[in-house]
Design a protein around this ligand. Structure first.
Ligand code: ARG
Length: 306
């Protein structure tokens, strides 16, 4: 991973060594089961808001397209602050992608021209790990989603028949300001990151994994023994007590979504962990609902930038 810094690097180093969790190979498209670590291949374009952030053509982080007013295109991407904190020169964002090695006509790439990380982002604690990116050209939503957000046709495990002309580029919904996700709610995380801790096994194919949101106190207690403070307003944990399924290096900045009334909602941004998929150490996500006014302010001021 490029751009890792502070505790993130330290945490990453703790991640060396063989993983305990079983390796579940991802499955081919069309199979009913699923599962990044312990994940399965996403149905192509079923996470139509996800972008791959790349530098000199190599993937290093994920991000999510969000809506700018009611336009059917967007030049704004949300990601993790640690993805761009050390700079963003020659960074591009690709939307509509599935297999990064085999781009199709749905894939659109734009340059990142401005990256604003949260002013209180702290690389030592990874607090406020959120950034807003502006692209050099808007990415057109490929079907008119008519003011909607979070529309995915057939995200696993919901194997609804794929709609003809299903969307490949759609903005994700944002949560209400201050909204809290209930513990045990199932969330879906997607990314092109490592498929096992300490490995070099990245995936050129978009993978996804389902993980439950964990109770703050349990997450805070398990991370306290690692010397890491989990701030309830800024972060939340998601994963199984037994481990096995998680985001990993390279998934940072990418979306954790939960289905809402309007569509899929970006409740979390992949932030950090101790290793990947370890028992008792759920993945930690930026709590997006804590940053809604800040996000809107950034979108407004970046829209004025040309
Ligand atoms: N910081 C990592 C990155 O830069 C993301 C790690 C997420 N780790 C986890 N176990 N959930 O890609």
């Amino acid at each position: 991973m490029r751009f890792m810094s502070g505790v993130v690097v330290a945490v990453g180093l703790l991640g060396c060594g063989a993983p305990e969790g079983e390796q579940v190979p991802f499955e081919t498209v069309g199979h009913t089961d699923q599962e990044i670590v312990g994940g399965v291949e996403a149905r192509p374009n079923s996470h139509p808001w996800i972008v791959s952030l790349q530098q000199y053509g190599s993937h290093f982080c994920g991000g999510s397209l969000v809506r700018v007013s009611d336009k059917e295109e967007s030049d704004i991407v949300l990601t993790a602050a640690h993805c761009v904190y050390d700079g963003y020169s020659n960074v591009t964002a690709s939307a509509g992608a599935h297999d990064l090695y085999r781009p199709t006509s749905t894939q659109v790439t734009a340059r990142v021209t401005v990256a604003v990380h949260h002013p209180q982002y702290n690389p030592d604690t990874t607090m406020h790990d959120i950034a807003v990116l502006k692209l050099d050209k808007p990415i057109k939503f490929d079907t008119s989603v008519a003011g909607a957000c979070g529309q995915s046709s057939g995200m696993r495990p919901n194997l609804a028949p794929r709609l003809a002309g299903s969307n490949t580029r759609v903005p994700v919904c944002l949560p209400a300001s201050g909204e809290r996700v209930a513990e045990n709610t199932m969330a879906t995380v997607a990314g092109w990151g490592l498929t096992r801790e300490g490995g070099y096994d990245t995936s050129s194919i978009l993978l996804q994994v389902g993980v439950p949101v964990r109770r703050h106190q349990d997450v805070a207690n398990s991370y306290r023994s690692e010397g890491i403070v989990i701030d309830e307003n800024a972060m939340f944990g998601a994963g199984y007590q037994q481990g096995g399924k998680d985001a990993c290096q390279g998934d940072s900045g990418g979306p954790l979504v939960i289905r809402g009334a309007q569509g899929y909602v970006l409740q979390g941004i992949v932030s950090f962990g101790v290793g990947c998929a370890r028992a008792g150490l759920p993945g930690i996500y930026t709590r997006v609902s804590n940053y809604i006014p800040w996000i809107h302010t950034q979108i407004r001021s970046l829209s004025a930038v040309r």
